[in-house]
Design a protein around this ligand. Structure first.
Ligand SMILES: Cc1cc2nc3c(=O)[nH]c(=O)nc-3n(C[C@H](O)[C@H](O)[C@H](O)COP(=O)(O)OP(=O)(O)OC[C@H]3O[C@@H](n4cnc5c(N)ncnc54)[C@H](O)[C@@H]3O)c2cc1C
Length: 457
């Protein structure tokens, strides 16, 4: 059996490793366009900040590591066409330009996503993106080398834009954060986003919301200004963090079906609609377990799990058990200096769009027991469905223990736990981590009361 993997990062190399461990009668060929395999894109903002000096620390396994396990790994080699009928991928060596075909019995398509770059003069040349490790290194080198970079503009106020903003604050660089949306973090409700905006402003980040990038002003071959439809800001460097588009082209040309999000349709075993082709990671749609619809969520946590499922299915022999990917609930966490920001499930806006009757509670508590020194603060918002009490989502913004708490809500969302049942759950307690009634239990209790469910405590 011959397995070809296109894309040598999270989803691709997880799948390749699973196949290699499970079968010794399989030839595995990996095709990767860039210079790295198995690297952590998630660590790029911390490399840019200077906390992780050596980009190689973000590489968990090199091409040599995989070759030592018997795989053939073609680096700086791009897949350019798939012939699903013949079971073959045409690949091009990016250094020599030479092409050859790689026949396959099973193809794993794990090409990730490419950053959105607006079609404006000078952007391709002067805009920095951070979607691969070498792109992250390029930004870091520019900040290290050029002592004239005092002001940076970031376009895109999602979690990547916020993480890069934190990196720039750490480096004492004046930062403009621009987004066409009226608020940061579209994955949160406006009331929570407004709190975050205040925190960002307190850190000196200059927010320009509801503004669209229209022009880049250059002088002497360098970025000097960014222009929006509402203003003009000095900027020695421009970072684009406008989201990613799934790299579906080759698979789509080979006949794989695309869903409404523009990503590939796969079944729970990560099989595409074309025989012999599996797909995993940023390039596929997943089932949203709260809303019950298909979504494209680009996160490393999903890419790794989906890669594992695809690998198990590709390597499966008669009698082997199944592995299936259940879906996602939109759990995400990030940080901005001392503040942690997290969300899961549906926001109120999304619940309304889905036509789900719900109630929400919002309150502020302390991150630790209130009597501890510097007990910190956590703003909590939680939603539950009217009638059933099913937890629909939560959003947290706080200075401590936020990740622990959002994971509790994530389990509730994924398993369909009801707030009236959640109130007495046996969550951990000690003063450095929270009050005796954890904030998640308090939220469940408040929602039970608000929804008129029993037992009322
Ligand atoms: C700055 C940043 C921070 C992030 N932080 C987090 C985080 O904290 N938590 C989290 O869960 N997720 C995070 N993510 C998202 C996460 O990194 C991605 O979801 C994950 O890497 C997706 O894995 P993948 O294997 O699907 O795609 P990728 O990691 O993008 O890998 C795809 C690979 O395919 C290669 N490729 C593409 N086309 C071809 C072709 N035609 N031929 C050959 N090779 C090709 C690419 O070069 C690339 O190496 C972050 C992303 C970024 C950019």
């Amino acid at each position: 059996m011959r397995v070809v993997v296109v894309g040598g990062d999270a989803a691709g190399m997880t799948a390749a490793s699973v196949v290699e461990r499970r079968r010794d009668d399989v030839e595995i060929v990996v095709v990767e366009r860039g210079p790295y395999t198995s690297y952590s894109m998630c660590g790029i903002p911390y490399h840019v900040a200077g906390w992780i000096d050596d980009a190689d620390a973000l590489v968990s396994r090199t091409p040599e590591d995989f070759r030592a396990r018997g795989m053939t790994v073609h680096m700086r080699t791009e897949a350019v066409a798939i012939d699903a009928g013949a079971g073959s991928v045409t690949v091009r060596d990016l250094e020599t330009g030479q092409e050859h075909d790689e026949p396959y019995d099973a193809l794993l398509y794990a090409t990730g996503a490419h950053p959105v770059v607006p079609d404006l003069p000078g952007i391709a040349e002067h805009g920095y993106v951070v979607h691969t490790l070498d792109e992250g290194e390029r930004l870091r080198r520019a900040l290290d080398r050029r002592d004239d970079v005092r002001t940076v503009a970031i376009v895109g106020a999602g979690y990547i834009g916020i993480e890069i903003a934190e990196a720039l604050v750490e480096r004492d660089i004046t930062t403009h954060l621009i987004d066409r949306s009226p608020h940061v973090m579209r994955t949160m409700d406006v009331d929570m986003a407004e709190r975050l905006e205040q925190i960002m402003a307190d850190f000196g980040i200059r927010l320009h919301l509801g503004e669209e990038l229209t022009e880049l002003g250059t002088e002497g071959g360098r970025c000097r200004q960014v222009v929006t439809d509402a203003g003009c800001y000095d900027a020695d460097l421009l970072v684009l963090a406008m989201g990613g588009t799934p790299n579906v082209a080759l698979a789509a040309d080979a006949g794989c079906e695309l869903g409404p999000s523009g990503a590939l349709v796969v079944d729970p075993r990560m099989r595409t609609t074309v025989d012999g082709i599996w797909a995993a990671g940023d390039v596929v749609e997943s089932r949203d377990l709260v809303a019950g619809k298909r979504v494209n969520v680009q996160l490393g946590t999903h890419a790794n799990k989906q890669g594992k499922v695809a690998g198990v299915d590709i390597a499966a022999q008669p009698g082997d058990g199944d592995a299936t990917f259940p879906g996602v609930v939109g759990t995400a966490v990030t940080k901005l200096c001392a503040w942690e920001v997290a969300r899961v499930g549906l926001t109120e806006r999304e619940a309304r769009e889905e036509g789900i009757e719900h109630a929400a509670v919002s309150f502020t508590g302390t991150a630790t027991a209130g009597y501890m020194p510097d007990p910190g603060v956590v703003h909590v918002k939680m939603l539950a469905e009217r009638g059933t009490g099913r937890v629909l989502g939560a959003q947290l913004l706080g200075t401590g223990n936020v990740a622990k708490r959002i994971d509790v809500a994530a389990v509730w969302c994924q398993l369909g736990v009801r707030v009236q049942d959640a109130q007495f759950l046996d969550l951990s307690y000690a003063p450095p981590f929270g009050g005796v009634w954890d904030l998640m239990l308090v939220a469940a209790r408040k929602l039970t009361t608000k929804l008129g469910l029993s037992p009322q405590l």
